[in-house]
Design a protein around this ligand. Structure first.
Ligand code: KG4
Length: 341
């Protein structure tokens, strides 16, 4: 009888401590502890994030194993996020994964966080209605730190053909919400308000960048100046126009993202198009994917909400691919803060 493949995945790259268990390709648990401590600072405070990871990691892993009904000695390997991310945060997950793997004498598998987001499309809950893309496919990866168009040729072969030259899409959402006086992270707040607003109430400058690259810093500046000018006329301008501002901003960002993706799909001839990362939770972007899919004959893949933001299911899934190919890493590997794929 073949041995079960049981992978524990650990994610700790930013402000979510997450652990997940995949058994023979099926996700059994995915547990995440988010950190509320950053809200009052308007952004993630790295030192506070590392400390919260230290507090959360043992209960989160313990809960993930219990929910999966898996004992530690049944694990085949441990996959962990090695980077990119906040170094202190990554160190907590990496050190924990190393210690546990060493004590159980099982292999360690390092996972690139960005590849994890893309491979979230292969996480399976064993439901018959599930659909997963086939290689190669195009993926728009949009998060708080990245905006990339990727040709995903295989689980370990991803070619970035376009990326932001300044801010990421999530950063654009967050920074614009901040100038409106909204909370952090701003994306979900804006998304909710946008539903009540008019998408074309205001228009903002769109970047003119060649190829498949993105730029969002100009939009952020034009939004800031637009608010400043209008607030001089009417101090209640933001309050009176909040929903319209959110809807118009969302339309602008989604439009910028989709136009380049459409160009990439046209030029490469790839018809399977996926979206991944925290910003893929945005309802405007999700609707645009469905609309573009219909209009241009794309086979569209939109992940369930639980696999859009940082989670360990995607890390366990990436590790599951690597396990099947015997791709393990040494106990000497250290986390990395920055790098692409
Ligand atoms: O992938 P992610 O969870 O974290 C990293 O960047 O690693 O992405 C977080 C980003 C934040 O910028 C947040 O504002 C954005 O995703 N986001 C959204 C929505 N939900 C999260 N942006 C727009 N609309 C949303 N519904």
């Amino acid at each position: 009888m073949e041995r079960d493949i049981v992978i524990l995945g650990i994610e700790s790259s930013c402000d979510d401590t997450s652990a997940a268990v995949i058994k023979n390709g099926i996700l059994l648990s995915n547990v995440t502890a988010s950190q509320k401590v950053h809200e009052e600072y308007g952004g993630v405070v790295p030192e506070l994030a590392s400390r919260a990871h230290q507090q959360n990691i043992i209960p989160v892993v313990d809960t993930a194993l219990k929910r999966a009904g898996v004992r530690k000695d049944e694990l085949s390997a441990i996959g962990f996020t090695r980077g990119p991310g906040l170094l202190g945060s990554l160190l907590v997950g990496t050190s924990f994964a190393k210690g546990l793997a060493l004590s159980l004498s099982i292999p360690l598998i390092d996972v690139n966080h960005l590849q994890g987001h893309v491979l979230a499309h292969f996480v399976s809950e064993g439901k018959p209605e599930e659909r997963h893309p086939q290689f190669p496919f195009l993926c728009l990866l949009v998060s708080g730190g990245n905006s990339q168009i990727i040709i995903v040729k295989d689980y370990n072969d991803m070619q970035i053909i376009g990326q932001t030259i300044d801010d990421a899409a999530g950063e654009a959402f967050d920074k614009c919400v901040k100038v409106m006086g909204g909370p952090y992270p701003g994306g979900p707040w804006l998304d909710k308000l946008a539903k009540e607003g008019h998408p074309n109430a205001f228009s903002f400058a769109k970047p003119q960048i060649a190829g498949y690259d993105y730029s969002f810093s100009g939009l952020k500046t034009s939004f800031l100046y637009f608010l400043r000018d209008n607030l001089q006329q009417d101090p209640d301008f933001i309050e009176k126009n909040k929903a319209d501002l959110c809807a118009s901003l969302q339309t602008t960002i989604v439009d910028i993202l989709m136009k380049k993706l459409r160009l990439a799909a046209k030029d490469t001839g790839i018809r399977q198009v996926a979206v991944a990362g925290g910003v893929s939770a945005n309802s405007g972007l999700r609707n645009a994917f469905i609309e573009y899919g219909k209009r241009y004959g794309w086979d569209v893949f939109i992940p369930p909400f639980s696999y859009t933001t940082d989670n360990a299911a995607m890390i366990a899934q990436a590790a599951y691919f690597k396990y099947q190919h015997g791709e393990f890493c040494s106990i000497e590997e250290v986390p990395f803060a920055r790098v692409n794929m």
